[in-house]
Design a protein. Structure first.
Length: 118
């Protein structure tokens, strides 16, 4: 991992959280509503970027992105985004070191440090 990977992770994680929140609202309102071409395109761009970063931590090895068809529903996208969020958290977990504060043993005083090559 490099510092650029960490920056990319932060960007993609934020986008994934926002996308998931938006699809939660859409899915709550109408889970079986077909997702339009524009939204599927945005989701696919995000998934492609995440797949490039997390590699082997992808939640589904044979899944790259959604097909642009009238058969993708809000609930389908939400399901996949939730799994990708878990995968990104796993990816982060293996690429950070967590250290306890020497001053305080409270869990809130732990620091996460990315294991980067640079």
């Amino acid at each position: 991992m490099t510092k650029k990977d960490v920056e990319l992770y932060d960007k993609l994680h934020g986008q994934l959280m926002t996308m998931k929140t938006q699809f939660e609202a859409l899915s709550k309102k109408n889970p079986n509503y077909v997702v339009n071409e524009f939204k599927i395109g945005l989701v696919n761009i995000l998934l492609t970027d995440i797949n490039g970063l997390i590699g082997g931590y992808k939640p589904f090895p044979n899944f790259e992105q959604f097909e642009n068809s009238p058969k993708v529903f809000n609930s389908d996208v939400l399901l996949v985004l939730a799994h990708y969020l878990t995968a990104m958290n796993r990816f982060k977990g293996v690429n950070i070191t967590i250290e306890k504060s020497p001053i305080n043993t409270d869990w809130m005083d732990m620091t996460e440090t990315w294991n980067t090559e640079d």
